[in-house]
Design a protein around this ligand. Sequence first.
Ligand code: GAP
Length: 495
Amino acid sequence: MTKDMKDIVALCKRRGFIFPASDIYGGLNGFWDYGPLGTELKNNLRDRWWKDMVLCPPLGPDGAPVEIVGVDSSIIQNPKCWEASGHVGGFNDPMVDCKESKKRYRADHVVVYWPKDGQGSGVAFDKDAEDAEIEKRLKKLTNKALADFDTAKLDQIDTAKFANIIGPDVKTPGTLTEPRQFNMMFHTFVGATSGDENKAYLRPETCAGIFLNFKNVLDSSRTRVPFGIAQIGKAFRNEVTPRNFIFRSREFEQMELEWFCEESEVPMWFDFWVDQRTRFWDAVGIPKSALHFLDVPKDELAHYSARTIDVEYAFPFAAPGYDELEGIAHRGNFDLTQHQQFSGQKLDYFDQATNSRFLPHVIEPSTGLTRGVLALLCQAYTPDESRPSGVYMNFTPAMAPKKAAILPLTAKEDHVPLAQKLYLELREDFAVDLDIKQNIGKRYARQDEIGTPYCFTVDNDTLADHTVTVRDRNTMAQERIHMDKVADYLKEKMK
Ligand code: GAP
């Protein structure tokens, strides 16, 4: 089944999941707002992660629950933090500008098609461009077919050859500048003056606040290695080319766990967390069959990482491939070592059992909350021509923004009070919708599109015997149950 990002983006706007930020001003590239339903969906995913990590963490390899505590650190930290973490010096993307179109590209995201016969110019495309589009443009610009070309990524091409490349959005060669390194951290100034001495950064990842508080947490709680510190919060990156809806944005949210352990136990805990994270995605509706696990090649690892597995999801824009949903990295003891050196504060851990001090190693499962929301939306999107809405959102009940809708069959006075009574009872425990207006078919269609798993309809039989119909979103099958049983029914389905 093909899913088209354009349809998913349109549904998100039409039904109030996600809007472009500053929509009435024409938007702002790389920034998004979450509407009423998107906020609920995001909160559901966030709360489930927090529950599975902090409130009710998994059982470890020895059968005892592992220990994880949470923090909520500042977005702006002392700028020395980002020197220590390597972000001031090294958080760079190679950026290329087009002098004619004024557009900016990441050099590693541009693919150049070189004629195999060496005659004529190379033609550049965005790495996600579709074959049909590539074929059409190549034919137009060079009168050659796709099979007549070899490809190379722009960041691997000698800049002397740039004069002979036609940029992605122009028709003549020689308009691309040489790649320049571009630091992706947003900066601001703290206090009234705006000199370099007041310069500070918006965090590009949430984990730094965890490392900065490692000693505070150890000193103030009873945690012992191995243990974890978790955090959920906003992160900011001035991405050169934000793209694919909320997949790569400039403001986003991360959910990160730093798991501190002894170096000798790294392989065991690494496998443990890959397994646990796979189970998590399955539980929220992303089956293992939709995931791909990429052992990141050594030369592509982040500067802090000794090993990383990218958990990739079959996002529609990546079809037939996958793109990153989560990274599980072995960060060594890079961060604690750096922060210890730059701050001059001892950050080592004292192990009472062995009477020794060491800097623990870190396994980091790090995922984008907002990117996870996109995966849930893409996975749930189910075209179905047999129903009036033409599509339904197949969220797991626990992730669905609305767990149920209460629908009086007609807006007649005797149906509405009973529906209202049921609604008031259920909303104490569940996110439910009371929808009174329009014919029942249109209301079912709306609930299908927002992914409400159950609709309870109050009709004339309800007046007689206090039963309501339950309509199942996926099967559209209906059954009758007693009004008093509705709360238990939903509770059972949410498990
Ligand atoms: N602390 C490690 C770290 O930040 P990362 O691979 O750069 O590693 C982790 O980011 C996760 O954060 C990614 O797997 C992705 O889900 C999310 N993420 C990163 N950049 C993002 C962006 N520009 N927009 C949305 N999500 C992003």
